[in-house]
Design a protein. Sequence first.
Length: 136
Amino acid sequence: MVSIPLEGYDSSYPQYLYDFTTGDKTDKKYSKQDYAKLVYHDTRSYRLYTFDHTSIRSRYLKKFSRGDLPYSLHIKSMLVEFDGGGGALISSSSNFAVRDRIKLEHMDIVEGGADYIQPAQRFFDDLVLNSVLFET
């Protein structure tokens, strides 16, 4: 998994988290950064890399990140490799961010053989090569 560093997540406006199925809410309020810390520090079953690219923008443009630094990783894609060969490419309009308002999201899933997956694998390998392993 590759994501932005924790400093890129919004640490302001903590809110309760709700389970939309049961209506239950958490005992305390969490900011997006608080929740990201929980996910980042529970990396026993996966490797987490951070992509430390920062965006440089004019001070006249509308602020797009309320984190401490304007990190940017605009791909929201996954590569799933099947045990029998081949796999699926997944691309989504969602930020997968806890606390984001519910809105219309789109997700495309395209399955293919090994020859289809290989170029995507090179892309994700390069992304990891240019990222930093997150160590808890």
